[in-house]
Design a protein around this ligand. Structure first.
Ligand code: 5CA
Ligand code: ZN
Length: 409
């Protein structure tokens, strides 16, 4: 699958900082030392509806990760999937009487447009679940042949008890896992499973649903977690730096994915850090396609809002907190964008050397984008009151905001 075009990332003077980031598995902040090529996998959309502000906020967080790494002169191998076949997508297509492949293609195209408008850097590999199927089948066969998976009426389940590290990503107790499994695509009530939490690896073909040749598994389609594992192992290998997504993916998705990969390879860990963005809500509820309480990026763009203002609205909240999208958050961002643009449009200004370091330090400190915005606000305020004579300053501020925050002034 093709991704979307990359915006230019200006190089900044001096040296970038190593990222210190909160890891869900250890519950603390860790300093990543990725070497010359940093590797990150971020879970992509299930394309049955347009990109909402919750999605955009999560991708914004991982875009900042990429920008911090690029600033340290590293290469970044960023992989993202598209869950272009899964229950919610098929259900929506049936509900609306449309072809599921057309629905997936249309919404993925809109996602690419939104990501481009928001200046999110594209992944190097953008892979659909359907195109990953030939790579998924042998992994499920291997798990089954190794005794880590079993057959239940033609469906193949992963046995979570075969991974001694199962539970370490989310750190949840059995009861919490059972509740979340039922809520998030699992089937803990299905009789005959070895452990109620065991997730499906391969679903035997159902009448009226699409299916693919599964070799010795029979015709069917892949489970959700093995999709991301197959894509990550293929393009990144074990022990990559960050597995990312919203906090609703910590369990079961990232927990199960880690166990699948660890059972497959005998190696640990799947990822060095599991990084989760908070949930964006609207009117007191998590924004979600299934609830329908959504603010779409494309709709706000159509209303004439500059995508740079949307991006500033996302950046105004810390990525780990749960927060509410409101008209005020957007209005503040529109106002800030105008203030910053006025400040950099002058021929000279106060020195921006300290600002570059402040923005770098804020982002390296667990992606503290509100602190980064506050640093730029301070420079803009000085420009407004005292001005300055540094001719390079406005340009340096523009380049810093562009390179590290993805906002074009
Ligand atoms: N296709 C799977 C991942 S493999 C999936 O979760 N798709 S999704 O379309 O439901 O979500 C895409 C990304 O947006 C995920 O990382 C998810 O955690 C995140 N996300 C979904 N809703 C919100 C929200 N309200 N706030 C923040 N992030 C969200
Ligand atoms: Zn995923």
């Amino acid at each position: 699958m093709h991704a979307w075009p990359a915006s230019e990332v200006p190089a900044l003077p001096g040296k970038g900082r190593d990222l210190r980031i909160h890891d869900t598995a250890t519950g603390g902040r860790i300093t990543l030392d990725p070497g010359p090529v940093a590797r990150i996998y971020v879970c992509g959309i299930t394309p049955y509806d347009a990109t909402h502000m919750g999605h955009a906020a999560t991708y914004n967080a991982f875009d900042l990760v990429q920008r911090v790494w690029l600033d340290t002169k590293r290469q970044v191998h960023y992989v993202q999937n598209v869950t272009d076949v899964d229950d919610p997508l098929l259900e929506r297509a049936v509900r609306d009487g449309q072809d599921w492949t057309e629905l997936a293609e249309r919404e993925t195209a809109l996602f690419r447009e939104d990501m481009t408008a928001l200046r999110m850097l594209p992944p190097r590999h953008y892979i659909g679940a359907v195109e990953a199927i030939p790579g998924i089948v042998p992994l499920v066969e291997r798990l089954r042949d190794a005794g880590a998976a079993y057959d239940l009426d033609g469906d193949i389940y992963f046995s979570v008890d075969t991974d001694p590290h199962f539970g370490e990503v989310s750190g949840l107790d059995a009861e919490a896992m059972r509740l979340l499994s039922a809520e998030r695509g699992g089937d803990p009530e299905r009789p005959g499973k070895k452990n109620p939490l065991d997730p499906m690896l391969w679903m035997a073909a159902r009448p009226g649903e699409p299916s693919w040749d599964g070799g010795s598994l029979g015709a069917g389609r892949p489970g959700w977690h093995i999709e991301c594992v197959a894509i990550a192992l293929d393009h990144l290998g074990m022990g990559f730096d960050i597995q990312g997504g919203g906090s609703d993916l910590a369990f079961p998705h990232h927990e199960m994915g880690a166990s699948h990969a660890q059972a497959l390879t005998g190696e640990h860990p799947f990822a060095k850090a599991y990084v989760h963005a908070g949930m964006v809500g609207l009117d007191g509820e998590k924004m979600s396609k299934s609830r329908g309480n959504l603010v779409f990026v494309s709709a706000v763009r159509r209303d004439g809002v500059d995508p740079a203002a949307i991006r500033l609205a996302l950046l105004s909240q810390h990525y780990r907190s749960d927060w509410e999208w409101t008209d005020q958050v957007l209005a503040d961002a529109v106002e800030r964008l105008a203030r910053w643009r006025a400040a950099v449009s002058r021929p000279d200004g106060p020195s921006a050397d300290a600002l570059v370091e402040e923005v770098r330090e804020a982002l390296a400190d667990d992606l503290d984008s509100p602190a980064a915005l506050a640093a730029v606000d301070r420079w803009a305020a000085l420009q407004g009151t005292e001005g300055g004579t540094d001719e390079g300053a406005p340009g340096l501020v523009s380049r810093t905001v562009d390179a590290l925050l993805g906002v074009a002034l």
